[in-house]
Write a protein that binds this ligand. Sequence first.
Ligand SMILES: O=c1ccn([C@@H]2O[C@H](COP(=O)(O)OP(=O)(O)O[C@H]3O[C@H](CO)[C@@H](O)[C@H](O)[C@H]3O)[C@@H](O)[C@H]2O)c(=O)[nH]1
Length: 429
Amino acid sequence: MSVSTHHHHVVLFPYMSKGHIIPLLQFGRLLLRHHRKEPTITVTVFTTPKNQPFISDFLSDTPEIKVISLPFPENITGIPPGVENTEKLPSMSLFVPFTRATKLLQPFFEETLKTLPKVSFMVSDGFLWWTSESAAKFNIPRFVSYGMNSYSAAVSISVFKHELFTEPESKSDTEPVTVPDFPWIKVKKCDFDHGTTEPEESGAALELSMDQIKSTTTSHGFLVNSFYELESAFVDYNNNSGDKPKSWCVGPLCLTDPPKQGSAKPAWIHWLDQKREEGRPVLYVAFGTQAEISNKQLMELAFGLEDSKVNFLWVTRKDVEEIIGEGFNDRIRESGMIVRDWVDQWEILSHESVKGFLSHCGWNSAQESICVGVPLLAWPMMAEQPLNAKMVVEEIKVGVRVETEDGSVKGFVTREELSGKVSKYKNIC
Ligand SMILES: O=c1ccn([C@@H]2O[C@H](COP(=O)(O)OP(=O)(O)O[C@H]3O[C@H](CO)[C@@H](O)[C@H](O)[C@H]3O)[C@@H](O)[C@H]2O)c(=O)[nH]1
């Protein structure tokens, strides 16, 4: 198959986690939209069989994007058979073996590349470090994307460059330390999640990070799902520190989501409509696709919401009633709705009834909330979420932080803290 010289073919390869898949699919949509008048671009997305249905469904408005599945590796120690997405991992402590296993896709990826029309450029996830080797073999410029914003990248780079937390005796987990390149920002060691708390696993996690960083620095560019005006000082910092590829702000990618096409309204939208008619503001509660919340913490959250007397729509992967026991659902029948389905979060956040978002501050969720003008109650749990929460609260000033009992990111949040913050927050939103 040949293509004209004016035609571009772009390959997208997202990491197998919905928080990473969604923005890259939105980027694919954006590319096609720019070339709608004169279709001169084709887009191919690579994934694995169990991720394909979600991707095809997400792209149902854009059937011209081709999706190719490569067989996900089998018999990986610790990874249950059939798990091809971090959402299905029994624990996020398996992040390193799961991510390492993706390298076994490389031969299939390269065999398939040979059969495709010439690729103009590739955007692959930073976690799939090995795709930069494939790109080099085929002479394809590779752009890297991690799904994170420029603020968290810049703060992490500065902390790493100045070795802020490398001296073992230097800082406790929760002691605030000034970031040298951004003296108005203070961070704590626990703001930087290395994916594991086990010392024997931290070597493997560090090695994986180093491979990912190395492949990033040799990439052609860095795509950031954000916009320059939101975090210009941090975009400039990233682009002025010399040795890395230039970063390009291509967001907010959530704005590429197509308008709803007259499909039947789900029950939670009806519920939000009803709250609008009653004139009751609603707090939306959701923690993305991979946060791990213990049953004890989940109960405390439920009681905190109940105590605060706020109207809330809570989207969760857990069976709240089974964990809390009978009675809770009856008590909150008037004020709360708990949903265990996949929802259209953008549709919920855009609803007039939703006046606040209790969020883990995954970057997609935080940016979606910023875009629709819904203030955040920031409860970061892992990955770069503590930095996103800091940005939202201290930099953009569109949120209030939920504090843990011991000040650490992984610490416990009490019902009193939650109900207190929700009440305080009700007054500002
Ligand atoms: O029922 C649901 C659940 C989620 N979403 C969407 O799924 C995405 C979730 O992404 P995000 O809010 O970023 O959360 P995570 O899934 O936790 O994201 C991971 O990936 C992000 C991007 O790299 C990181 O910022 C996070 O720390 C990391 O946990 C968002 O677009 C949501 O709108 C839905 O539409 N419906």
